[in-house]
Design a protein around this ligand. Structure first.
Ligand code: UD1
Ligand code: MG
Length: 450
């Protein structure tokens, strides 16, 4: 069982600089959704036909073979461009379109089974659409068997009334498909070589054509515009939320919770409204996330609490309590049981176990040990206007409020830093560092001024 995915079209109706199939649904390009579904259905090989923006597609998609369709002359022509790739193939070829991101492996698998049981050389997957505008309509013979597909633009008023449509998903006997394809003509409203016409040609050769209806039309929705893109996003988002809830995650308001397709979340984690969990984020068990939190490409352990914060491309370990208003920037590791927030920014830094950054810190390019207490308003001064430098802080260090640690600088284990210090030199183990001007009190000063 092999698959061809058509993804060369311009996607004119998207009005975009990005190739249509790279537009994301729940954080994953449409084309990737289709490829993953084919693999899940048991396909052994996926050949993707690309054209418009092919370089961009190749950059973002891997694990498949690409064929270039230099000119987009229609879906039939797109399949024909891959003739060489399938010259040694036999058995079933699945045809999918790169713009139907809601297809599932399960649906494709049961469609392939129906096709193979029928022993017909070609089967089209159809769907009953509430609004069939734009789709090719399925015309059946009086006995209900397949007659032909008429594209919306070529259809008569009467044919446009039909709500059973071509989903753009087919199964073919691969060699019979490629034998018949050269007979497809482009005499139609769009001047294109239509793949659906190959079905009529096979029928004329005396072959039987299957037309199997999908149980759920929503899974076959094709995306041609941004409005349809948003509709697909809504369907997939709801599905993802329901899947997570069925696996033991609490989502207090699924309508205002946005979780990408690839995200994994452990049992008994609670997600509050206004929360976005994106990309390849992985979250452990018993966490409390949100409200109003955004996590992108994060690894989060168990028992973590994150409120009103934004964290990306970093790791947060077990038992961390974070927020409100924390920004964790890429390359950071927040070790177990750290307490962090209110109003704290951490960039490209390692924070050791149990350390506390409770109010108003900027920690950039810093390696901090465990059990450190950072006073309110403490800052690692990591940038001299040209170069970034690292700050090293040992274990069990106490940094007084409003202190600056000017990097590169090392503060060893057990050090105390007096509040208001600007530390520019290394501080040896267990020392107290005071680096501020001494206070002067001028007695009777007010009386003299008056
Ligand atoms: C197509 C079907 C229509 C069906 C609908 C389902 C044809 C002629 N029509 O219409 O019956 O109801 O899908 O969504 O097949 N593509 C290429 N090369 C080309 C043209 C298209 O690779 O030269 C790709 C596109 O990138 C897209 C897919 O084929 O992924 C379908 O093309 P699209 O233009 O979206 O066809 P529809 O008008 O949606
Ligand atoms: Mg389409």
């Amino acid at each position: 069982m092999e698959t061809i995915i058509l993804a060369a079209g311009k996607g004119t109706r998207m009005k975009s600089k990005l190739p249509k199939v790279l537009h994301k649904v729940c954080g994953k390009p449409m084309l990737q959704h289709v490829i993953d579904a084919a693999k899940a259905a048991g396909s052994s090989r996926e050949v993707v036909v690309i054209g418009s923006g092919s370089e961009k597609v190749k950059e973002q998609i891997s694990g498949v073979e690409f064929v270039l369709q230099a000119e987009q002359l229609g879906t039939g022509h797109a399949v024909l461009s891959a003739k060489e790739n399938f010259k040694n193939s036999s058995g079933t070829l699945i045809v999918l379109c790169g713009d139907t991101p809601l297809v599932t492996g399960e649906m494709i698998k049961s469609f392939v089974t129906a096709h193979e049981q029928s022993k017909f050389p070609a089967t089209v997957l159809t769907a009953e659409m509430p609004d069939a505008t734009g789709y090719g309509r399925i015309i059946r013979e009086n006995d209900g068997s397949f007659k032909k597909i008429v594209e919306h633009k070529d259809a008569t008023e009467e044919e446009r009334e039909i709500r059973e449509v071509n989903t753009g998903i087919y199964c073919f006997d691969v060699q019979k498909l490629f034998d018949a394809l050269p007979e497809v003509k482009n005499e139609n409203a769009q001047g294109e070589y239509y793949l659906p016409d190959v079905l009529t040609i096979l029928k004329k050769h005396g072959e039987k054509i299957g037309a199997v209806k999908a149980d759920d039309f929503k899974l076959t929705l094709g995306i041609n515009s941004r409005v349809q893109l948003a509709a697909a996003e809504a369907v997939l988002r709801q599905k993802k939320n329901f899947e997570l809830m069925e696996n033991g995650v609490t989502i207090t308001d699924p309508g205002s919770t946005f979780i990408d397709a690839e995200v994994e979340i452990g049992q008994d984690t609670i997600i509050y409204p206004g929360t976005y969990i994106e990309g390849k984020t992985k979250i452990g068990e018993d966490c409390e996330l949100g409200p109003n939190t955004r996590l992108t490409d994060m690894t989060v352990g168990n028992n973590v609490k994150i409120h009103f914060s934004y964290c990306h491309e970093s790791e947060i370990c077990d038992g961390v309590v974070m927020g409100p208003y924390v920004h964790i920037r890429p390359g950071s590791k927040i070790s177990a049981k750290v307490k962090i927030g209110n109003f704290v920014e951490v960039k490209n830094s390692n924070i050791g176990e149990g350390s506390k950054l409770p109010h108003l810190q900027y920690i950039g390019d810093c390696d901090m040990g465990s059990g450190v207490n950072m006073g309110c308003g403490t800052i690692t001064v990591n940038y001299d206007g040209k170069t970034k430098f690292r700050t090293k802080i040992g274990n069990d260090v106490f940094v007084g409020c409003n202190s600056n640690l000017v990097a590169p600088v090392t503060v060893e284990d057990g050090v105390y830093i007096a509040a208001g210090s600007t530390i520019t030199e290394n501080v040896p183990k267990n020392n107290l560092a005071i680096a501020r001007a001494r206070q002067v009190n001028k007695s009777g000063w007010k009386d003299k001024r008056d």
